[in-house]
Design a protein around this ligand. Structure first.
Ligand SMILES: [Fe+2]
Length: 341
């Protein structure tokens, strides 16, 4: 399956397949941080098979949580979907969620990837990896995240701003695993090796390696997958010689963040919302997320599609949203103290 995000978006505006249709009478509303073409295709399939329309409101963590808080019991939101584990912890801390109970969810998703009390369920796993150029670097030169702080990598490391939840969650995970002093040393060491002041998103960092401006990028793996399979031939060619290292395979494993869904506290249609969660964690939907968006399935019965098989199995460092959330504020402070803008 190949989707063209822009075309899909324009079609969405024109035909409104995700807009609740009053005639059908049954619709749910998502507050979602996700912004991927595969999601729109999955919602369309769900709508087609169940007759339940899916309306999506997008925003960043703060926008969505604030909106839920302000709307209170009048909120139209049924589900909150985040691209970061920490955000779901924060939503729960602010009292914006309710528990969902579903035997299907318990079958689809292993206990480590959902809340024991039902307050959240992971939709995908997203490793944060190192991307290098095959002609300039051997993967053995980048065994760990800590490699990025070595003198050999001075002026060669591309990474986005610490405003990104992906970086905050990575550092929060390090604080949990190796303690604050070591995590601080790591952040300071990466800052010392920046190729430039952080600019752009994860794709920008990958392009810097492709262009020869930088030699290693710290990014979420699916962005390389999306660029390697982009509709535009120029993008595919640009990244053709780039490859991935899953760091820290000899010790704690590669940091894995989660895209997470949760039932909103005042969901008007919790029964229908849970049906969407059951669909999104089912084998066909999980396969589509992996095959089209290069995210890792949470449903253990899913056979990895070829694109993930090609990257290979790896040891995961997976922390629950509660740990990530607990250390995220500390991570933001360490970024500020070490001058990572
Ligand atoms: Fe992303």
């Amino acid at each position: 399956m190949h989707f063209r995000p822009l075309t899909a978006f324009l079609l969405l505006l024109a035909n409104g397949p995700l807009v609740a249709q009053p005639a059908a009478g049954r619709s749910i509303t998502l507050y979602s941080q996700r912004h991927y073409a595969v999601d729109r295709e999955l919602f369309r399939q769900f709508e087609e098979t169940t007759g339940i329309a899916v309306k999506v409101e997008q925003g960043d963590t703060e926008q969505l949580l604030q909106r839920l808080a302000e709307e209170g019991k009048h909120s139209p939101a049924d589900l909150l979907i985040t691209v970061d584990a920490g955000a779901i912890w924060e939503a729960r801390e602010r009292g914006l969620l309710q528990a969902a109970d579903s035997p299907v969810l318990r079958t689809n998703v292993p206990s480590a990837l959902r809340d024991a009390a039902g307050y959240w369920v992971a939709l995908t796993k997203r490793p944060r990896v190192l991307v290098y150029h095959r002609e300039r670097t051997r993967p053995e030169e980048l065994p760990t995240y800590e490699s990025l702080t070595e003198p050999a990598w001075h002026g060669r490391v591309a990474v986005r701003s610490s405003a990104s939840a992906y970086n905050q969650t990575l550092l929060a995970g390090m604080i949990a695993r190796i303690g604050e002093p070591e995590a601080r040393n790591w952040a300071a060491g990466v800052v010392a090796n920046f190729v430039r002041v952080p600019v752009g998103n994860d794709r920008t960092q990958i392009r810097a390696v492709a262009d020869g401006q930088a030699d290693v990028a710290l990014v979420n793996a699916y962005y390389l997958g999306l660029m390697q399979n982009a509709d535009q031939a120029s993008v595919r060619e640009q990244v053709a010689n780039l490859a991935i290292v899953f760091p820290n395979q000899a010790d704690r494993g590669t940091h894995v963040n989660l895209s997470v869904a949760a039932l909103a506290k005042h969901s008007p249609r919790p029964d229908l919302a849970v049906r969407l969660l059951e669909f999104l964690t089912s084998e066909p939907a999980q396969t589509a997320l992996a095959a089209n968006n290069y995210e890792y399935p949470v449903n253990p019965r899913v056979v990895w599609p070829d694109n993930l098989q090609a990257w290979g199995r790896f040891k995961e460092d997976l922390l629950p949203p509660s740990s990530i959330g607990f250390y995220q504020a500390q991570a933001r402070r360490l970024f500020a103290e070490t001058g990572w803008p």
